[in-house]
Design a protein around this ligand. Structure first.
Ligand SMILES: *Cc1c(COP(=O)(O)O)cnc(C)c1O
Length: 376
């Protein structure tokens, strides 16, 4: 980021500003109405026992709303696991992968699960299928010794989205949907674990993951738990299944995370459910990519239009316009967190377009960037 003293003093006209300045990709905008609903619980929820009815009712509320939003196929269950998506990778390493996993790597997040399984003493080295950043790998049949295929619904670091599909009939399909869930379409019959942290599309806080588990996944979890492999108790998915069925978690959860995610999920249902949200996402994405395409100094980073994410837009800027300066001026004006993913190292804006962010604010965002570029 440029030093504050070098920064042009450019107050964007108030009429151009969005109603809410949060456009980051994680954590993302939490609706103020949801925060007010949390505050309104007063002395009844936060600070009370997570083994008692008030908190268990919120866990039940979240699990039921998720089941409703995703219209779960027969036999699928909603689990809550501790530690978010990152901890789920370790839980899956201990509790789901039998021998070897395949990972489709097309950015930072998709690479992390694969890296977490490399060097695990009881597993064979993972089969990594790489695809350059900004592209999406095709899902194909894995070698016979592979029993898990790991996909990423939306690669948050690059703004590329993948369609979750089965590549073969001998692997369970695990989909990291942390930034895609709730904003992208999904056919859950193609998936065995659709898992996501709650601080992105579900506009909540960190620390927990939802795992939508297929019957085949539940069977695999039982099978591995019954084997002689040692599994750390905190990462035991069999324990997570048993607790989730009792509307509980293994240890103390972040209760605000549960509450805010339930608020957001019910809000999504009130907007018309997943299909309505996805249609809205397509409109918002069209607006942002369309804006970039009309500027001769801006280009969508993901070349193939079908691969362009509906929840995270990555827009490259012409070298003559320093994205760090644009982001710093935006920040000065209360518009936050549209920096490119640090390790990608591009002259780029990365814009969260998650369900909680209205089209009108994305429109305002583009108008603010136009104004800043005009005045630099
Ligand atoms: C943010 C993100 C993660 C990491 O989530 P944590 O809750 O920090 O573990 C994993 N995968 C994807 C695709 C993400 O966007």
């Amino acid at each position: 980021m440029p030093a504050q003293t070098d920064l042009p003093d450019l107050p964007v006209p108030a009429t151009l500003l969005p109603s809410d300045g949060r456009f980051g990709c994680g954590p993302t905008k939490v609706r103020v109405e949801a925060l007010e609903a949390l505050a309104a619980t007063g002395a009844d929820l936060l600070g009370t026992s997570h083994r008692k009815p008030a908190v268990k009712a919120q866990v039940a509320r979240l699990r039921a709303a998720i089941a409703d939003l995703f219209d779960l196929p027969d036999g699928y269950e909603v689990l809550l696991t501790m530690g978010g998506a990152t901890a789920f990778w370790d839980a899956a390493t201990f509790g789901i992968i039998r021998q070897r996993s395949r990972h489709y790597v097309f950015g930072e997040f998709s690479g992390k699960f694969g890296a977490a399984t490399a060097g695990v003493p009881f597993l064979d080295d993972p089969d990594l299928v790489d695809s350059p950043v900004g592209t999406v790998p095709a899902v194909t049949a894995a070698p016979d010794d592979v029993d898990v295929q790991a996909l990423t619904h939306n690669e948050t670091s690059t703004g590329a989205m993948m369609v979750p599909v089965r590549g073969d009939d001998h692997s369970l399909v695990l989909v990291d949907a942390t930034s895609g869930a709730g904003g992208l379409p999904v056919d859950l019959t193609q998936v065995d674990a659709y898992y996501f942290s709650l601080q992105k599309g579900f506009a909540s806080e960190g620390g927990l993951a939802v795992v939508i588990a297929s019957p085949a996944l539940l069977t695999r979890i039982e099978e591995v738990a019954a084997s002689d492999r040692w599994i750390p108790p905190f990462l035991s998915l069999a324990t997570a299944v048993a607790n989730s069925r009792k509307e509980q978690t293994y240890n103390t959860p972040a209760i605000a995370t549960v509450f805010l995610a339930a608020e957001q999920t019910e809000w999504m249902l009130a907007q018309g459910g997943l299909d309505a949200i996805v249609a809205d996402q397509a409109d918002k994405a069209g607006l942002v990519y369309g804006w970039a395409a009309e500027r001769d100094w801006a280009t969508p980073f993901v070349a193939d239009e079908d691969d362009r994410s509906l929840v995270v837009a990555t827009i490259d800027l012409d070298d003559a316009i320093d994205a760090d300066v644009v982001n710093a001026v935006l920040r000065d004006n209360g518009i936050l967190d549209t920096d490119s993913y640090r390790k990608l190292g591009r002259n780029q804006l990365r814009i969260g377009m998650f369900p909680a962010i209205p089209a009108s604010d994305l429109q305002a965002y583009t108008a603010c960037v136009d104004w800043i570029v005009d005045h630099l």
